[in-house]
Write a protein that binds this ligand. Structure first.
Ligand SMILES: [Fe+2]
Length: 395
């Protein structure tokens, strides 16, 4: 039986540029045979983020070379990139040219006070989200209060305790990574993606389920946490391009005309265009563009074939089809797991789906769909992360 999603129509759109494959793209799934044992491995949102990010950059602003050297010594064993500035003017120049994740500034400096420096960083939209750890040898709670009021996020008084400095730095960098991961525009996009799905009352929690299926399959394959995070985002964003499809087509009862299919297929390309300006979403773009390609090259928008189709897009496609089959839609009932898998295997035989991904998905999808709590919910941290994401979306 043919799955009734917008992927049914096989007429091809003009072939566009072939996207660069993910670095994790394999030559065959067999090389991950050990990956199945990792299905239930604990995986947290935060550690996935940390893995996905480059080494954080810390800027130390202090007029005394001895103090800068001391801080560098304390952070020596870590994986941070450390920059130094002796004066605020030098610091501002570095903030212009480098992506700084944390500023460590002394309260007393030349050119201006540490409090003024801090206030300037927090007043500038480009630097206001950079956390500031202020240090000083000047005793007195009034200094601490003034520093924190000027926008410093933490305040430490010398003599510094190395272990305390390292813990504070790590915590502040982790918070910065979370902020980076959900930059304002991205949060709006996630909200839009949810709005698109919620307009169709039949799809319900479709995005959440896709995110869970995608991540489950990624873990089964032993993919990196960065890839899992990409699939999580892809679960929400893969159909964001539908926002540009007229309601008369998107919600049409009955068959679409060839012309309407032409418009519908554009949601892949439009979605990529919408998300392309956001650097942090770059890994998700291949999922958005290529989730309707087919293994035999009859999909859209580029007619990619086999492993030309980015792996994460193939994973999202399998999850998408399974979810479409196992939930009720106006034109079909909800099929059972076994029925859905046999239909997908049929499609794999026909040459439409990745022949190795479908049976692997069959192994993991059943517990994902039916168990309560589902395996991906075994990780309390992951569940909390998903809740956080939902809170961000509903704000
Ligand atoms: Fe789609």
């Amino acid at each position: 039986m043919e799955v009734k999603t917008e992927s049914i129509n096989t007429a091809l759109a003009p072939r566009g540029p072939v996207l660069v494959k993910s670095p994790a793209e394999p030559q065959g799934l067999a090389r991950w045979t050990g990956g199945l044992s990792r299905i239930s491995a604990a995986s947290t949102w935060e550690s996935a983020l940390e893995d996905a990010l480059d080494a954080p950059t810390i800027l130390i602003v202090d007029g005394l070379e001895l103090n800068r050297r001391l801080l560098k010594g304390i952070l020596k064993a870590t994986n941070y990139k450390i920059l130094e500035a002796a004066r605020p003017s030098e610091a501002f120049a570095m903030l212009e040219s480098e992506k700084i994740d944390l500023v460590m500034a002394d309260l007393v400096m030349s050119e201006m006070s540490g409090i003024e420096f801090c206030g300037m960083l927090k007043a500038d939209r480009r630097t206001q989200l950079i956390p500031i750890l202020m240090t000083t040898g000047v005793q007195g709670v009034e200094n601490e209060v003034a520093g924190l009021e000027s926008g410093a996020d933490e305040f430490l008084i010398r003599p510094l305790k190395p272990s305390l400095v390292r813990v504070r730095v790590r915590t502040m960098l982790r918070n910065k990574a979370l902020i980076d991961s959900l930059e304002e525009a991205e949060t709006i996009l996630f909200a839009l993606a949810q709005a698109v799905e919620h307009r169709d009352r039949y799809t319900g929690q479709h995005c959440e389920r896709l995110a869970a299926y995608g991540m489950g399959l990624a873990r089964a394959l032993g993919l990196s946490k960065a890839d899992q995070l990409t699939l999580f985002r892809g679960g929400y964003l893969h159909d964001i391009g539908k926002i540009s499809i007229p309601d008369s087509i998107l919600f049409k009862r009955g068959l679409l005309t060839d012309q309407e299919w032409e418009v519908m297929r554009q949601h892949t390309v439009r979605g990529e265009e919408i998300c392309r300006p956001m650097k942090s979403l770059a890994p998700v773009l291949p999922i958005i563009r290529s989730h309707h390609e087919r293994w035999d090259g009859t999909g859209y928008p580029d007619g990619l074939r086999g492993e030309e189709i980015p792996l994460l897009a193939r994973i999202m496609q399998v999850a998408d089809i399974y979810d479409a089959l196992t939930t009720a839609r106006p034109y079909k009932p909800a099929f059972s797991h076994d029925q859905a898998i046999s239909m997908m295997q049929e499609e794999a035989k026909r040459g439409w789906r990745d022949p190795e991904l479908v049976p692997l998905f069959a192994e993991i999808a059943h517990p994902l769909q039916t168990a309560d709590p589902t395996p991906w919910r075994e990780s309390a941290e992951m569940q909390e992360s998903l809740e956080n994401m939902r809170r961000h979306i509903s704000r």
